[in-house]
Design a protein around this ligand. Structure first.
Ligand SMILES: Nc1ncnc2c1ncn2[C@@H]1O[C@H](COP(=O)(O)OP(=O)(O)OP(=O)(O)O)[C@@H](O)[C@H]1O
Ligand SMILES: [Mg+2]
Length: 254
């Protein structure tokens, strides 16, 4: 069965001014993201992975080219329209949880929910509770971010990213600041969301995270130079997937 394209980049460019010259971080990137995939983007440090994620998700403006979300070109939207699209359709998880420090975990999640005007207050609160339970952080949900562990904060950040039922969940090194156990827990949660149909685009340096992918893209010198598809993750196959991803990365000279 052919997969549906949920996001597409055409000739995407991003340059930064640099000592009087231009640093072309994204150089005519073309790529397609498929609905239902757990897409992982890898590449060396400085390759432009975060820049690509920000350009795709409308957090930053590309300097050239187009991004399409479900066939709609989103590259020339006014800032207000872009903000509404981001709030309603995209979820974000970063290396740090970036929770609002004077709000409880629960309030952090509901505050994001209220940005999307389609739901009533009751619906937002019910969904926030359900998500915090699903993310296994319900015991800490009335505490402030300073009163919870790094793993709990990151799980709350995933709940916040999921509150508006995003079409696409973006994650930039979501396990980069976590210990081994919390890393596995967060990866299991992301894999669980993907199994239920959530489309995910995740940047990572960690092979243990990359093996969760159903599709991998490799970014180098501002271009996507390689890709590989894999069947959905099964924990019994973790070791063989690690070998497969490792070999693929070696072929990319990672
Ligand atoms: N706002 C900015 N102004 C100028 N240069 C920038 C800016 N943001 C990123 N860059 C440059 O663009 C390049 C790519 O950065 P980016 O953060 O996308 O890399 P990355 O692949 O995510 O790296 P890492 O794996 O270390 O996170 C780097 O050379 C970086 O210095
Ligand atoms: Mg980065």
């Amino acid at each position: 069965m052919r997969k549906t394209i949920i996001m597409k980049a055409v000739d995407l460019c991003k340059s930064f001014a640099n000592n009087g010259g231009q640093n072309h971080v994204l150089d005519m990137v073309g790529l397609e993201i498929y609905e239902g995939d757990f897409t992982v983007i890898m590449g060396s440090s400085g390759a432009g992975k975060s820049t690509l994620l920000y350009a795709l998700s409308g957090m930053d403006r590309p300097t050239g080219g187009e991004v399409y979300y479900r066939e709609r070109c989103i590259s020339h939207l006014k800032e207000k329209e872009m903000a509404a699209l981001r709030a309603g359709e995209f979820g974000f998880v970063f290396q740090q949880a970036h929770l609002v420090s004077n709000l409880s975990l629960f309030e952090n999640v509901t505050a994001a929910g209220f940005l999307d005007k389609k739901k009533s207050g009751r619906e937002v609160k019910d969904r926030a509770e359900k998500l915090l339970l699903q993310m296994n952080v319900e015991k800490a949900m009335n505490r402030l971010p300073s009163q919870v562990s790094g793993g709990e904060a990151q799980r709350a950040a995933i709940a916040r990213a999921m509150i508006n039922e995003p079409g696409l969940l973006f994650a930039d090194e979501p396990t980069g600041a976590l210990n081994k156990r919390n890393t596995q827990e967060v990866l299991n949660l992301l894999t669980g969301l993907n199994e239920k149909g959530q489309s995910i685009v995740m940047v990572t340096h960690d092979i243990k995270a990359a093996i969760r992918a159903t599709r991998l893209l490799y970014l180098e010198d501002g271009k996507v130079i390689g890709e590989m598809s894999m069947p959905p993750y099964r924990s019994e196959e973790a070791k063989s997937r690690e070998k497969q991803v490792d070999a693929w990365l070696s072929s990319m000279e990672w």
